[in-house]
Design a protein around this ligand. Sequence first.
Ligand code: SF4
Length: 358
Amino acid sequence: MKKIIQDLSKEELSACIKPAFRAKQIYHWVYHKYASSFEEMKNLPKEMRETLATTYTLSPLKQVMVQDSKDGSRKYLYELHDGHTVEAVLLLMKDKVYHEDGTLKHQERYTVCISSQVGCKVGCAFCLTAKGGFMRNLTAGEIVEQVRLIKKDKHIDANRRVNIVYMGMGEPLDNLEAVVKSVKIFADEEGMAIATHRQTISTSGLSTKIEKLGKMELGINLAISLHAVDDALRQQLMPINKAYNIASIINAVKHFPVNDRKRVMFEYLVIKDVNDDISAAKKLLSLLDGIKAKVNLIYFNPYGGSTFKRPSVEDMQMFQSYLTSRGLHCTIRESKGLDISAACGQLREQALEGAKDA
Ligand code: SF4
């Protein structure tokens, strides 16, 4: 089987390809010109292009399905070389705003939500990915390729800033080595140059791995899927809580290096009549006391077969204002891409169902 060229950091590529400036040229073709074949790399000698083509592939993922949302989000389903599929989502965060003279004030902000594993071992009760079980880890190149293909698909200029969130399928800290490598490949100045402070790792709270990641001092942002404020409920929603309880997560976060201008994001999936009352908000406030935290409230995104329900707008706002009035940064995440089932795992699930029906 051919090796995936996106698995290689620039240093690794330079070690295999001589002279070293050729590695830079290849990097440029891959991450700036979004090349899909070595044949396109016309400034490389023909012989080198042929050797590269016999050793490496540039296409570890194949796009098999796309869904567009009314809000501009686009969801992708990719097939890997072994037939497994993973999802990635492009989210548009802001509309274009113009100055009075017609010049552009703000551009849309692109955020790409990517997968780190095929399936997931964590088994959250509200998650469709969990229902399919765990298949395998993605390699660094398979992670990197999701962003490269999306940039190519949407004609996003190589120098245009994008944010990355490791919040698609899988638990990124359960695939720490490949994820960290992909973070570094994304950040390479001669590649996509997506600075680590534009990248966020979202975890279900593997506290020992949070500590390990923190010690690497990557400058990356951290988001924790907390969702509940007491262990009994959290265990019900996220069985992983048995191994990594709330106290261990809070303790690990307290030691995580946070960029001066950033906060640790705590994701709180609000489920109607499960965790949407003021007593939960009160507990959340005391739990996060002393942490540079920000809470992101997420409407539970209903899907077929789920017994959980979406909370009312009023309850959501009450929850938020309780926290903000007491000094905690708290936002309500817009349900981007609700009409295209943008919660992780939902597109893949539809495709698998479709395949079964076919
Ligand atoms: S929500 Fe995330 S961590 Fe939980 S099972 Fe789904 S993919 Fe895994």
